[in-house]
Design a protein around this ligand. Structure first.
Ligand SMILES: [Zn+2]
Ligand SMILES: [Zn+2]
Length: 608
């Protein structure tokens, strides 16, 4: 895909914001005219199309928040100028417990569907599911070229395999590339994060520069040797940044995030050095390529073979190796089926399940449900991850079960075997200080995170009236001199059930909730068409309604009450559907009176 990129185009951010022009000419000395960048050839445009003759009043960029604000998950923001929309990120989230049977939740994109003809591009900051997860569904409804790093696009390709009918075009970009889409110029900036290939973007618009950080941290000892490009953030700050949109995940954590390379040192000490004779099983996020790289390096150093387990671990490690983000000697990788050929001291198993996910490899090992691996006293298991809020119970259940099997378990409360991929307060402050934005919008956080982030920006000297805390569906308008809220558009959740799209008000979900809480009851009546009397005893089935010891009594009572009800009821003239409904109501009320439960009740009537 890189073939489509050409070298040597001179950087040409030409701001039509007078204030920025002034700043630009003042800082020409620092201008990086030789700044290397590459452009997809098809998107090359003469400078004259960037300069436009509109007055400031007309230079309005509309920003629509479709997800990722007021929540952590399903990040998606649309930037619109005239007849052009570019989208940054296209994520999904996992459902809360009140959405039984729903697999994933994606953003409601009614606004984009209504403005389909305007959508030009989807820019992906990185390959985490909360940034790419809804692509298969979104691309089914709107057409747009996707841009992202090679690893991000490789992960997208892997995901799209299950949706082969959805066709799309993707172009790989690198840090420092400049992309021209209509009136927008987009520059990609290297950032560190818990996945390789993460990028921030600076979108040059007729209303000024907008920096969207994506997810980031500042790691001064990164595994790939390449630090978040703070120099570039500083240069852009000097040129003039109208709006900063900065992630807020760890804004409540003081200080700095620890370097990813620290995890490698800790893993070497607490696992490899201290347990030379044991079999090592390390569970982590499949997408944390730099973590995998460190485990692979240590395995090689300590002469251990590596087996990957868990579908996503196998997939992602292969994808990352293909694009060159993960390097290892293939000779050191073995199939999990072959581990019995090696001594415990010669093995490292890298597994999924660090979040205690019910079907994951580690959870199945903990419950003796994994074909090739039986956990015992000679196992040292490391959970190289922190439980994501909401997963704690599952994670601790797995840890307890592993301990009961005699294994040694090391997790984040016992040693620093994990670091977050998100910036803490001091790193966030650095981005504000470097970019010196005129306006600020906190993103990627629950309301509490964005509120703390707003206060932090004010402490750094920003005026309150220059900060807006966004909400899902909110629309903002950026002009060269102003940022204001203009209203709301339809936005929110769409539910994905298996491969189909549902909606939040669906009866299916209400039925599932009712079934899970109150069970169901089915009554079958056989009635004579000539005499309108019951031909045989009513047939009653209940599941999840009453406990065994009381079931017989209640069902018997229900049957005799039903017989009386049918006898007393004049239904000769009645439609069958109405009759069924009356019976259903009668049964439902009877059960409610006896049990205070409202199971899903079905009545079937057979006329003979
Ligand atoms: Zn992320
Ligand atoms: Zn994220």
């Amino acid at each position: 895909m890189n073939k489509q990129l050409i070298e040597g185009q001179e950087k040409s951010f030409i701001s039509s914001n007078p204030q920025q022009k002034k700043q630009k000419s003042r800082s020409m000395g620092e201008q990086v005219n030789s700044y290397p960048n590459k452009l997809p050839q098809t998107n090359l445009a003469p400078k004259s199309t960037i300069l436009n003759t509109n007055t400031n009043k007309d230079k309005k960029v509309k920003i629509t928040f479709l997800g990722g604000v007021g929540e952590i998950g399903k990040n998606m923001t649309a930037f619109e100028y005239g007849n052009e929309i570019i989208i940054v990120d296209c994520g999904m989230t996992f459902p809360d417990n009140d959405l039984p049977g729903i697999d994933v939740v994606i953003p409601d994109i009614s606004y984009l569907i209504a403005n389909k003809h305007k959508v030009k591009a989807i820019i992906l900051t990185h390959g985490h599911e909360d940034h790419i997860g809804s692509l298969p569904f979104v691309l089914n409804e709107i057409k747009a070229t996707i841009y992202g790093s090679r690893l991000t696009l490789a992960l997208v390709e892997n995901k799209m395999k299950e949706f082969s009918k959805v066709k799309y075009k993707a172009i790989a970009v690198k840090p420092k590339n400049l992309l021209k889409i209509g009136n927008f110029s987009i520059e990609f900036i290297k950032v560190n994060h818990s996945i390789a290939g993460a990028l921030a973007v600076c979108i040059n618009t007729p209303a000024g520069n907008i920096i969207h950080t994506g997810d980031f941290k500042i790691d001064f000892a990164p595994i790939d040797g390449s630090i978040t490009d703070i120099t570039r953030f500083g240069e852009l700050g000097k040129k003039g940044v109208s709006l900063l949109m900065c992630e807020s995940t760890n804004v409540c954590r003081k200080g700095y995030s620890m370097s990813e390379s620290n995890v490698g040192k800790v893993l070497e000490e607490v696992a490899f050095k201290q347990h030379p004779t044991k079999r090592l099983i390390i569970a982590t996020f499949a997408s944390n390529i730099h973590r995998l790289q460190q485990i692979l390096n240590l395995s090689q150093k300590y002469k251990r073979k590596v087996a990957f387990t868990g579908r996503s671990m196998i997939n992602v490690s292969e994808v990352a190796m293909k694009v060159g983000e993960l390097t290892y000697d293939k000779k050191n990788i073995i199939d999990v089926e072959k581990i019995s050929k090696y001594a415990d001291s010669e093995l490292v198993i890298i597994s999924t399940g660090s979040q205690g996910e019910p079907m994951s490899a580690l959870t199945r090992m903990a419950s003796d449900n994994f074909k090739n691996i039986k956990i015992g006293e000679n196992d040292t298991i490391v959970l190289s991850a922190s439980p994501i809020p909401g997963n704690e119970k599952n994670v601790y259940n797995v840890i307890n079960r592993l301990y009961k099997k005699g294994a040694e378990v090391i997790y984040d409360e016992l040693a620093d075997v994990h670091v977050s991929g998100h910036a803490c307060q001091e790193e966030i402050k650095a981005i504000h200080a470097l970019t010196k934005p005129k306006f600020f919008v906190p993103i990627h956080g629950e309301y509490r995170h964005m509120k703390v982030h707003k206060e932090l920006a004010m402490k750094l000297g920003m005026e309150e009236r220059h900060i807006i805390i966004p909400d899902i569906g909110m629309q903002l308008e950026l002009t060269p001199n102003n940022l204001k809220k203009t209203g709301f558009t339809k936005a929110g959740m769409r539910l994905v059930d298996g491969m189909t799209l549902g909606d939040t008000e669906s009866n299916v979900l209400n039925d599932r909730k009712q079934l899970s809480e109150d069970g169901f009851c089915v009554v079958i009546l056989t009635i004579s068409g000539t005499t309108s009397e019951l031909v045989s005893e009513p047939f009653v089935i209940t599941r999840g309604v009453v406990y065994n010891y009381e079931a017989d009594v209640i069902v018997r009572e229900l049957k005799s009450n039903l017989s009386v009800f049918i006898k007393s009821y004049d239904f000769k003239e009645m439609e069958l559907s109405l009759l069924k409904n009356e019976i259903r109501k009668f049964v439902s009320n009877f059960i409610y009176k006896r049990t205070k439960r409202r199971p899903i009740t079905l009545a079937m009537v057979m006329m003979v």
